[in-house]
Design a protein around this ligand. Structure first.
Ligand code: GMT
Length: 379
């Protein structure tokens, strides 16, 4: 048996999917007996219960008034170095190249020597958004090239990184996963009742942080077309900068009685359990973790032909893929799916099986563990 590792994990504790994946990974590694040290500005939001072998180290950002901008990246680097030295960490696994890989590089220099390894996982926003900013491009490349191993959450993100950042560093794809002990379909009739959903009504759901890239107005447009043919309600879960625009659109289209704004929700598996279809019509999405959450709850999805989405949904098998902005095509597919019980059952099952076979937590954690061992104890 391989020896247990001491692993530092850094993520944005409050940011959506990347924080969730980093936290789930840490918890599953701890269950395998590794010693896990989260180093972050606050306790990751999913780290909400006690776990053996799992520790949290808070990064205190200096608010000294001379600093116009508090130096988070430097405070993080100091904390990483302090924890790595004291706990004798084998590696730092950082989620996001900017700024986390740069802070890890600094920490490694502070600790001295090559013993402390750095694994960087790219989640998308750093590459797709920051990669277009020439002033940061070189820094992202540096962070990637100074990492011992680099992973991306989809093949598409790996390809896009090569194009935007122009690096020869190998970028391995390790897909995201969800905890299948949390995400599974339950019977939840009370949720349907509390939103006034009738027996014969279908439930369409969208979950996001309502950023512009999520194109929530497209979801409303598609829903307006769908509900002309299929009796349905739309549940919107989440909050963010586009919320007001979306509210206006719902009013404009006279859909107030058919659309429910649920705001931010902690236990989305409960709401997914009473849903029939999820729409994710983003213009940028390196993976789309919410698709996986839905599929594990046997909810088929329609997504755009963007980023990593077609790697998650197999078009025509576990859901449908439509071109960006083509809300009529989304509506056509949704109407077909929601009007044909046999097709719906088949796609629900395929969606569920895909999460079990391709995005299986055990398989993905094995992949990360293998990367760690190869880095820390090369043969
Ligand atoms: O951009 C977001 O919606 C949040 C961001 C994050 O940090 O969680 O999401 C990115 O990482 C997720 C986890 O790997 C992916 O599922 C999202 O697709 C990705 N977002 C984008 O690429 C826009």
């Amino acid at each position: 048996m391989n020896e247990k590792l001491k692993i530092g994990i850094t993520c944005y504790p409050t940011v959506g999917g990347s924080g969730v994946v980093a936290t789930e990974l840490g918890m599953l590694l701890a269950e395998r007996g590794h010693e896990i040290h989260f180093i972050a500005s606050s306790i990751p939001f999913r780290l909400n219960k006690w776990y053996p072998n799992l520790y949290f180290h808070e990064v205190d950002v200096n608010q000294y008034s001379v600093f116009k901008y508090p130096p988070y990246d430097l405070s993080l680097a100091s904390k990483m170095a302090e924890v790595a030295r004291r706990e004798n960490l084998d590696l730092l696994h950082v989620h996001y190249a900017i700024p986390h890989a740069i802070s890890a590089y600094l920490a490694k220099q502070m600790v001295g020597g090559d013993r402390l390894k750095i694994i960087t996982t790219l989640h998308g926003t750093d590459i797709t958004v920051l990669g277009h900013d020439p002033s940061l491009q070189e820094l992202i490349r540096f962070g990637i090239e100074q990492s011992d191993r680099v992973t991306a959450v989809s093949k598409n993100l790996a390809r896009e990184t090569y194009q935007l950042v122009e690096t020869n560093k190998e970028i391995e794809t390790v897909y995201n996963f969800i905890d299948d002990r949390v995400y599974y379909r339950r019977e939840r009739p009370t949720i349907r009742h509390s939103y006034g959903i009738q027996e014969d009504e279908k439930v369409i759901i969208h979950i996001s942080n309502f950023r512009q890239v999520k194109r929530v107005p497209d979801v409303i447009e598609a829903f307006a077309l769908i509900e002309k043919h299929v009796k349905a309600k739309l549940l919107l879960v989440g909050d963010g900068p586009e919320f007001t625009v979306v509210c206006k659109k719902v009013k404009q289209l006279g859909l107030q009685n058919r659309v429910h704004f649920l705001g931010k929700q902690e236990n989305v598996e409960e709401i997914l359990s009473c849903s029939d279809l999820l729409l994710l019509l983003s213009e940028k999405e390196s993976f789309g973790l919410t698709l996986l959450e839905a599929m594990a709850c046997r909810v088929p999805c329609i997504g755009t032909n963007i980023g990593g989405i077609p790697e998650v949904i197999e078009d025509g098998i576990s859901g449908f893929i439509c071109e960006l902005g083509d809300t009529s095509a989304v509506a056509d597919k949704a109407i077909t799916l929601l009007s044909d019980r046999e097709l719906h059952n088949k796609m629900s099952r395929q969606a569920f099986l895909r999460t079990k076979n391709i995005f299986n937590p055990k398989k993905i954690v094995d992949q990360y563990e293998k990367i760690y061992y190869e880095t820390v104890c090369p043969v």
